[in-house]
Design a protein around this ligand. Sequence first.
Ligand code: HPA
Length: 274
Amino acid sequence: MSSTYEKLQKSLASIRKVTDFKPEIGITLGSGLGGLAEKIDKVCEISYKDIEGFPVSTVSGHDGRFIFGTLSGKRVVVMSGRVHFYEGYRMEEVVTPVRIMGLLGAKTVLLTNAAGGINLDFKPGDLMMITDHISLFVQNPLLGQNADELGPRFPDMSTVYDRRLQEKIRQAAAATGFDIKEGVYVQLTGPSYETPAEIRMLRKIGADAAGMSTVVEAIAANHMGLRVAGISCITNMAAGILDQPLNHEEVKATADMVKEKFEELVMEFIKIIE
Ligand code: HPA
């Protein structure tokens, strides 16, 4: 057994001591978007600190727990509070929660985040469906010995974000009457925000939104054969676009403003996916 898989099995066993809940869908909530957790008809909740071998998140606005229950008629596990590379964890630890969601039984994961808008057609408060990603600036989470139990050594990444799920997000947006943008998300390590020169470069290489999460989780989920969908909340225009500095308070405030729209869209999406 690969050491990665062995560690995952230990974490899984400590969850299985508490619940035998089998989610269909795993959802990861981004900065300031944790409110969706309140909409769940909750069955059980487990704090990361109670799971053996689990990394514990420390950033403000993230509270670190799995919530199991029903949302829009589907069995879900919500990861409220994610683990970031900038907190000092290894990439393998950063992707542990999403891998656990898969091992618990989820076949689909929805990854959400707060992001800075690089595309000049975007504005703060927009939601962007992720159609593809750029991961050139962060370590690949699959480095090291391959966990063959999870997936192949050289996994294909041609369609990380499942096309059928993308269509469902478009349908959910139409049904709720919300406009949804689409684009390419780029993950950087953070925790410093980008410089204006970096944002100009990222725009030139095809990125529409920048953030500090999601891509590595999408890679790990895709590696193990899960269907992935992603939604970014554009909380601010990226550095240098407006003549003002960036800060985490603004990110949280915008996410808070958009949260009802975000929650409605996600709930409709969860309802209509097969
Ligand atoms: N850059 C990187 N990450 C972010 C941003 C940003 O502008 N906004 C929210 N998360």
